[in-house]
Write a protein that binds this ligand. Sequence first.
Ligand SMILES: [Zn+2]
Ligand SMILES: [Zn+2]
Length: 128
Amino acid sequence: MYCRNCGNEVSEKAVMCVACGTPPKAGDKYCHNCKAETTPNASICMKCGVSLKNEHSMPGEGKDWLTTLLLCFFLGVFGIHRFYTGHTVIGVVQLLTLGGCGIWALIDFIMIIVGSFKDANGHILVKK
Ligand SMILES: [Zn+2]
Ligand SMILES: [Zn+2]
């Protein structure tokens, strides 16, 4: 594959491009498949049609799933799990409404269990 930042050829498992020093999939200037130049935010390569969406979230970006689950279970009505995952405004609202009288906290708890709860950056929670 090619570095998406500078177009240099890198190994599939490379965590860092030797030419420019960034994670190869972090860039948005080149197609990782055919090295064609791409426009930032393009979702597919105009030349080869490969998907350019960066599906591999960087390690450590997502919040810990178990921590969020436990926070929601014990302190969900205070919105603590929302503060933990970066949803500060929603956390304050849940704190003031006691987790929407517990219902909101319960919905969040279920979302965490089924794995559809996302942190404020849009990353799914990481199960370790
Ligand atoms: Zn590079
Ligand atoms: Zn391409």
